[in-house]
Write a protein that binds this ligand. Structure first.
Ligand code: NAP
Length: 278
């Protein structure tokens, strides 16, 4: 049986430490989440962020905009928050309606307030090994691996899934920590050949039980990023019951990577405040 890497426990421990640092700040830290339209899962994610931010004493604004908003109007709203001294962090909640150019909108955010780490400026800094404001999910994965003292230097790591939010930035963060990384995707041939030879496997595909026990070696370390909802139940990308028997460490779903992502957003917002105001 593997050691469970408990993201919920680590999040609570880290939130308590962060709370000590932020409570005396005046004005309080300000975070705005901009959403467009009525996506139901977005509402759940925004509510989760609101609860944690408010508990930390952050000023939390949810700017909920109508589905048919024009791109220019949305960018001018972002610009107002860029100029506001009371706002330290801005995120644009995905998904956006199809008529909006996500890249342009994302890059309208002041890089010093870009707490999702998705502007070209912050992506470029990450490539250079200057980790200023970096995407929250990969940052949470690195913190979780560090907490459980998983050696990254020299480790053979396979990351499955190359999204701009998770797989790509994680592969750079791991490379910056001297791991040897294979980044896999839907066109990769013979995935098992990679996973069988890996010390650490991170799966961010979004398919229930994608990674099975026959694909991993004994003693490997498994990080499951996937979230698939079926009949109100949440599943990860890993066949937990089977892989758990072979792995040395594994993250559960839920209570693994998910809670860490929310924590990292709060930490990034604190970091953004310090970077901008000192
Ligand atoms: P995404 O944009 O949904 O893309 C999925 C990735 O998986 C793509 O790179 C795709 O390859 C790859 N893929 C699809 N089928 C594959 C296959 N058969 N073999 C190998 N690779 C395959 O990715 P995402 O946004 O990173 O999300 C992935 C999962 O993580 C989702 O379930 C999402 O809900 C979850 N997630 C969780 C958190 C959290 O906080 N826990 C945060 C973010 C995402 P191509 O690039 O070739 O299409």
């Amino acid at each position: 049986m593997a050691i469970i890497m408990n993201g919920l426990e680590l999040r609570n421990k880290k939130l308590a430490l962060l709370k000590e640092k932020v409570t005396r700040l005046n004005p309080p830290i300000g975070l705005v989440v901009i959403s467009v339209g009525n996506d139901s899962s977005s509402k759940v994610y925004v509510n989760n962020k609101a609860l944690v931010a408010k508990d930390l004493g952050y000023t939390f604004i949810h700017e909920s905009l109508k589905e048919d908003i024009e791109e220019e109007e949305l960018i001018s709203i972002i610009n107002n928050y860029n100029k506001s001294d009371l706002i330290d962090g801005i995120i644009v909640q995905m998904p956006m309606p199809k008529h909006l150019n996500v890249e342009r909108i994302q890059n309208a955010i002041d890089p010093y307030k870009d707490v999702d780490g998705l502007t070209y400026v912050n992506q470029g800094k990450l490539l250079e090994g200057v980790e200023a404001l970096t995407p929250c999910t990969p940052k949470g994965i690195i913190d979780l691996l560090d907490e459980y003292k998983i050696e990254l230097e020299g480790a053979k790591v396979t990351v499955i899934g190359r999204s701009i939010l998770v797989g790509k930035p994680l592969s750079i963060m791991l490379t910056n920590r001297n791991a040897s990384v294979s980044l896999l995707h839907s066109k990769t041939k013979n995935i098992k050949e990679y996973t069988k030879n890996s010390d650490i496997i991170v799966v961010a595909v979004g398919q229930k039980h994608f990674l099975t026990a026959d694909m991993v070696k004994d003693g490997c370390i498994i990080v499951d990023v996937g979230i698939t909802r079926i009949d109100n139940k949440i599943y990860g990308d890993v066949d937990f019951a089977q892989v758990n028997e072979k792995a040395s460490h594994i993250t559960p779903v839920p209570k693994g990577v998910g809670p860490m992502t929310v924590y990292e957003l709060m930490e990034n917002t604190y970091k953004a405040r310090i970077l901008r105001r000192g």
